[in-house]
Design a binder for this molecule. Structure first.
Ligand SMILES: Cc1cc2nc3c(=O)[nH]c(=O)nc-3n(C[C@H](O)[C@H](O)[C@H](O)COP(=O)(O)OP(=O)(O)OC[C@H]3O[C@@H](n4cnc5c(N)ncnc54)[C@H](O)[C@@H]3O)c2cc1C
Length: 465
């Protein structure tokens, strides 16, 4: 008998208490009792933990994500700001060199503001908000082992806490366990066909070091500084300075296959100086490093096309990085995690959680924000040698040329920049690039010339020493 036949409140089990799991729990708590199952013991406060190793690297949240965060957990970004996070005006407070080596002018007419702080701070605020929700329980130190049910319906989750195994019954099990998700194997174990997958991996390595904000930069609103990699000149190398809370800078450097940064402290600043433009190296040359260099290669674009499955079990959905993980240089994973949770919430506002076919609808709805981020990342990364099994098609090449043109136009025209940022921030679909705001300046030619140098003001340069 399906559980909807009773009057009890629906139940849900969510695997993973990182961003996607916490957002999913917030969305589900409106209609169900939710148990989050998390392998780690969770810190109280902005502390690192094993299950989110990427937290040591630069994380920023685009404005589409900021909106989604506040929609799910009203006022949550204010909580982050109260603890030292910043909303950074893009491009007023950002110095950015585009992949096609054009500097963006620091136009202030756009509405886009990115949330900037350490990932540990962000996660601690999200955890506190979700812990405070009445219908949510977090089972820490508990590992999801496998699904209960069959190919028609998942009815629960096998878990282990300190070696003690148990079964948690649920009307809906959500897998938000990240890149390492075992969903493909679990679903095959239920007798379902192999999930179609795609990988586009530019072989990006990240190296990150924390610095004390140099000179008097902490006294002014020092901009984000970003040099993006150029896919047309492999290996692509780039970097970012992210001024975060407690007067610190996170400096992340990245390079694709054959041009990777390492954890050698003596090579870090040289790598920064050797990027397509040396501005990051120049800004950190007298800054005091705080701690070791962290590296990762867990950066490929990997997507599982669950939404394409003809057969999908009721009672099960996969969200966040467990569906698709992206090259982090595009900074989209957190935004997609929140937008997936909103898609789930919106469907469950009008559809019973236990109705046949609901889970399939959830999976299809979650695929929309996933596809938006995927197309942006793969549209660039497919051009790196060895990234994909098949080279970019003629249509992909044409689109990439158009995006290059859109970036070049946005770099020197504020209306075009607005359209470009609507898409990059995942606020609007890519079709926004074909709107008059973009096409008219593109066709008539932007008025302002390209900037010859990084647009840092004299005051900003002086504040560094
Ligand atoms: C280097 C790097 C930099 C990034 N930078 C950005 C950025 O600037 N902006 C942005 O938006 N995104 C960025 N991302 C992506 C972002 O980190 C993720 O999209 C985000 O954490 C959401 O992922 P998730 O919650 O789906 O999975 P994860 O964050 O990977 O969390 C998975 C959770 O599941 C738990 N877990 C795993 N297996 C089990 C199990 N069997 N049982 C119980 N618990 C389990 C883990 O302990 C963990 O808590 C970056 C990623 C990387 C790798």
């Amino acid at each position: 008998m399906p559980p909807s036949a009773t009057n009890r409140r629906p139940t849900s089990v969510v695997i993973g208490a990182s961003a996607a799991g916490l957002f999913a729990a917030a969305a589900l708590s409106e209609i169900a009792d939710v148990t989050i199952v998390e392998r780690d013991l969770l810190p109280h406060g902005a502390e690192p933990r094993r299950g989110v190793p990427q937290a040591r690297h630069a994380h920023l949240v685009w404005s589409g994500g900021v909106k989604a965060f506040n929609d799910l957990l009203p006022g949550v970004t204010d909580d982050v700001l109260a603890k030292g996070g910043r909303l950074v005006h893009i491009m007023g407070d950002m110095v950015s060199r585009a992949p096609n080596e054009v500097w963006f002018r620091r136009f202030t007419a756009t509405h886009h503001r990115n949330l900037v702080c350490s990932r540990d701070l962000l996660d601690s605020v999200l955890r506190d908000r979700v812990r405070a929700l009445e219908n949510v329980t977090i089972r820490e130190n508990t590992t999801a082992l496998g699904l209960v049910g069959d190919a028609a319906r998942v009815t629960g989750l096998h878990v282990s806490t300190d070696g003690d195994e148990a079964t948690l019954a649920a009307d809906l099990v959500i897998d938000a366990s990240g890149r390492g998700s075992r969903s493909p194997a679990w679903l095959e174990g239920l007798g379902l066909p192999k999930t179609p997958e795609r990988e586009v991996n530019a072989g990006v390595a990240y190296a990150t070091r924390l610095y004390r904000a140099p000179g008097r930069t902490a006294d002014i609103t020092f901009p984000l500084v970003n040099v993006q990699a150029n896919p047309a000149k492999a290996p692509g190398q780039g970097g970012i300075i992210l001024p975060i809370e407690d007067n610190q800078w996170i400096v992340t450097l990245a390079g694709t296959r054959g041009g990777e940064p390492t954890d050698d402290p003596n090579a870090f600043e040289d790598f920064a100086l050797s990027l397509g433009h040396p501005v990051i190296g120049q800004l950190i040359k007298d800054a005091e490093p705080l701690g070791e260099i962290a590296t990762t290669r867990s950066t490929g674009n990997n997507r599982r096309y669950y939404e394409k499955e003809d057969r999908w079990p009721d009672g099960y959905a996969v969200l966040g990085d467990a569906i698709a993980a992206y090259n982090p240089v595009y900074g989209h994973g957190l935004t997609v995690a929140a937008q997936c949770a909103i898609a789930v919430r919106d469907i469950l506002q009008s559809t019973s959680i236990t109705a046949p076919g609901t889970a399939k609808r959830l999976q299809r709805a979650a695929a929309r924000p996933v596809a938006a981020a995927w197309d942006l990342a793969v549209g660039q990364d497919a051009f790196y040698p060895g990234a994909a099994d098949t080279p970019p098609t003629a249509v992909e090449k044409l689109l990439a040329r158009f995006v290059d043109q859109a970036v070049a136009t946005g770099a020197r025209n504020p209306r075009a920049l607005g359209a470009l940022l609507d898409v990059m921030s995942l606020e609007k679909p890519a079709t926004r690039l074909f709107s008059p705001d973009m096409l008219i300046p593109m066709l008539l030619g932007p008025k302002k010339p390209h900037l010859p140098q990084a647009p840092l003001s004299e005051q900003e340069w002086k504040s560094v020493s």
